[in-house]
Write a protein that binds this ligand. Structure first.
Ligand code: MRU
Length: 356
């Protein structure tokens, strides 16, 4: 596969999260589409709160933000001994780890930095601090490179025509470009994306607020629909392929993604529409055998009881799972930064990780 476009040829958006000494800068995604504002965070607690409240969200963006949280700790800690520094590091790691449970990129990024620290415990403290910051920057840079590769791999296998997506797996959900976002952007540049159908994605409206905003911003032709319209649009023959992101793909190919993904996958099968997920290897958790083992985050009732800040229901009991699990039998293929994985997923994912 040949990389034909640079990131700046595919999007006008800046990186959604970045790090300079002593501060994490991120686009506050809770304010979109009303306002585009970048906020600066200066403590680990602020970064953890930003992840919990979804100022930053999307699996790879959460991973990068958490790694930057550790970089922030390294740059701002005034521990006088290595022991004191490591105690604080452990607290920062735990605080960031206990923010959101489903997207495995969070744990992957935190553990990547932690393992590096553990390998260098004999080094001088300043060197350990330097390594933490450098590793966090590397995680973010690699995310953009991975997205660029996925974009080109995906554009090779998606049919020309109309594509439907759910939630936001775009630039905002990653460091830049997106997973799904990169595929759509490359297709758009190639002229093979005719129309993008965007599901609004209740209850938090990542489709309407974020995907519609960022793809429109980059000039991609789209139509927004409410979630309950997707089946009818498919039945009318107006969808040629569906692509969604993933928060965790497990060893047999089952995957967790934004609530509503499973419904789309079943409908896609009924209508013979190819259904892909797009994710970097950092989203694949080979330690879990089946999707049943993935922890699913439940969020507060207010998200369902309100819409755009307005109360839309009486104070009744609510069930609010943030993700669902799609069994691999509904998947056509998994587009990764190392190529497209086809069925049988269990065997081919294993092969992919052996090759790594
Ligand atoms: C490239 S992002 C992939 C997934 O993280 C995305 O599809 C998703 O489900 C995001 O959920 P969110 O709750 O908005 O963090």
């Amino acid at each position: 596969m040949e990389i034909r476009y640079k990131p700046e040829e595919l999007t006008r958006l800046p990186r959604s999260v970045r790090y300079e000494p002593g501060r994490v800068t991120m686009i506050d995604q809770t304010l979109l589409p009303r306002e585009f504002r970048e906020i600066e965070l200066r403590t680990v607690d602020e970064v953890a709160e930003a992840i919990i409240t979804m100022k930053v969200r999307g699996a790879p963006a959460i991973g990068a933000a958490a790694a930057f949280g550790l970089a922030l700790y390294a740059d701002t800690s005034n521990a006088r001994t290595k022991e004191e520094f490591m105690d604080g590091f452990e607290r920062a790691y735990e605080r960031l780890k206990n923010t959101r449970p489903t997207a495995v990129n969070l744990f992957w990024a935190l553990n990547r930095v932690k393992s590096l620290v553990e390998e260098h415990l004999e080094d001088p403290l300043d060197e350990i601090k330097r390594l933490i910051v450098a590793e966090a920057q590397k995680i973010a840079n690699e995310d953009v490179e991975a997205n660029l590769r996925m974009g080109h791999y995906g554009a090779e296998v998606l049919p020309e025509g109309n594509v439907l997506t759910h939630c936001n797996a775009g630039s905002l959900a990653t460091v830049q470009l997106g997973t799904v976002g990169a595929v759509l952007r490359v297709m758009h540049r190639d002229g093979t994306l005719k129309l993008l159908w965007v599901d609004e994605t209740r209850p938090v409206l990542q489709g309407a607020r974020l995907s519609a905003w960022e793809y429109h911003y980059d000039g991609i032709p789209l139509k927004l629909i409410s979630d309950n319209m997707a089946g009818f649009v498919m039945q009318q023959g107006k969808v040629d392929a569906i692509i969604v992101g993933a928060d965790r793909i497990v060893a047999n190919g089952d995957f967790a993604n934004k609530i509503g993904t499973y419904t789309l996958a079943v409908l896609a099968k009924e209508h013979g529409i190819p259904f892909f997920t797009v994710a970097p290897l950092s989203t694949i958790d080979m330690s879990l055998k089946s999707g049943k083992e993935i922890p699913i985050e439940e969020r507060k009732p207010e998200e369902v009881l309100t819409c755009g800040g307005c109360k839309i229901a009486p104070d009744v009991d609510v069930y609010n799972p943030a993700f669902d699990v799609t069994p691999h039998k509904y998947l056509t293929g998994i587009i990764t930064d190392q190529g497209v994985v086809w069925p049988p997923f269990e065997r081919n994912l294993k092969k992919l990780f052996k090759r790594e």
